[in-house]
Design a binder for this molecule. Structure first.
Ligand code: IPM
Ligand code: MG
Length: 356
């Protein structure tokens, strides 16, 4: 089994190093190869997704990804910006299914900005379509308007679109995930306004016929945003498009107190996957040794479960993370009075110790 290690920018290298440390003590013969991506890719090879990095990602069985982005690169033209690396990997490797669990560990109930009774025991799964929608729809750009109320003016435009196949395949992933959980699926759309999402709703409803054991409901995205804050525990699995999923998954992440705790998996049709923390590159704290490595370590656990078919090893890592939390160890993002503040490395070492 070969794992491509793509640390990226900002805190990426520090947190990925901790996950690699954890993978190395499992007693498995994983081959790991590292390559630059994002701003680091641009610095090394003049492109955020260098050819060699893409080739490695294609060859590998799984990819462990840190984060990309740094203010240094914000003035580059869009095609050279760090974010293009992750978008390019998703598209090139057909990683259409993004799984973002939001789980609140009991020890961290006080870290949420919501009342403990609203979030305690939270365990929801957001499934975001990842290779379609307005993110990738063409045409897009800036042009002179030839119609509408502002003819002759410059206008920016993007295209929202979903093909039937794209909706069907993500719906199947979502129904199957719901079957393994509480058998409840909420499809989030904006069918009251957008043609694309009326179509989405119709197709999800059709796919539902194959999964009579799953209860399906539909919710408009604005209401879903409200319900996520009001009564998040009412959800089990949520499935939605790329744009809405981007926004709702950040909101869901904050229910748990810290986005520093949340892993994610981006899978293709054969369960090959890219695994990354749900948070970004946090350039403001890069190099300070204070970033929380747990989301990346938990992403490595998801990799063991979904792609590498080592569920027992995934369980081991998740138990080790629970153990260090119950020992009271906290990086600054989840620190509360009465707990022990530790840095990135110390947290990684503690997980390694808890594994043994
Ligand atoms: C995410 C991020 C990315 C996205 C950015 C970095 C392109 O926000 O993974 O949610 O918008 O998908
Ligand atoms: Mg996002």
């Amino acid at each position: 089994m070969k794992i491509a290690i793509l640390p990226g920018d900002g805190i990426g290298p520090e947190i990925v190093a901790q996950a690699v440390k954890v993978l190395n003590v499992l007693g498995e013969a994983f081959e790991m190869e590292t390559a630059p991506v994002g701003g680091a890719g641009y610095a090394a090879h003049g492109h955020p997704l260098p050819e060699a990095t893409l080739t490695l990602a294609k060859q590998a069985d799984a990819i462990l990804f840190g984060a990309v982005g740094d203010w240094k690169y914000d003035t580059l033209e869009r095609s050279l910006r760090p974010e293009q690396a992750i978008l390019g990997l998703r598209k090139n490797l057909n990683l259409f299914a993004n799984l973002r669990p939001a789980i609140l560990y009991p020890e961290l109930a006080g870290a949420s900005t919501l009342k403990p009774e609203v979030v305690s025991g939270l365990d929801i799964l957001i499934i975001r379509e990842l290779t379609g929608d307005i993110y990738f729809g063409k045409p897009r750009g800036v042009r002179i308007a030839v119609d509408g109320d502002f003819i002759g003016e410059r206008e920016g435009f993007d295209t929202m679109r979903y093909a039937e196949t794209e909706i069907r395949r993500i719906a199947h992933v979502a129904f199957q995930a719901a079957q393994k959980r509480d058998k409840r699926l909420t499809s989030v759309d904006k069918a009251n306004v957008l043609e694309t999402f009326q179509f989405w709703k119709d197709i999800v409803t059709e796919v539902h016929r194959d999964y009579p054991d799953v209860a399906l409901d539909h919710m408009y995205v604005d209401n879903a945003a409200m319900q996520l804050i009001r009564a998040p525990k009412k959800f089990d699995v949520i499935v939605t498009g790329n744009m809405f999923g981007d926004i709702l998954s950040d909101a869901a992440a904050m229910l748990t107190g810290s986005i520093g705790m949340l892993p994610s998996a981006s899978l293709d049709a054969n369960n090959k996957g890219l695994y990354e923390p749900s948070h970004g590159s946090a350039p403001d704290i890069a190099g300070k040794g204070i970033a929380n490595p747990l989301a990346t370590i938990l992403s490595a656990a998801m990799m063991l479960r979904y792609t590498l078919q080592r569920p027992a090893q995934a369980d081991r890592i998740e138990s080790a993370v629970k153990k260090v939390l119950s020992q009271g160890l906290r990086t600054p993002d989840i620190y509360e009075a009465g707990t022990t503040k530790v840095g990135t490395e110390e947290m990684g070492d503690a997980v390694v110790r808890a594994l043994n």
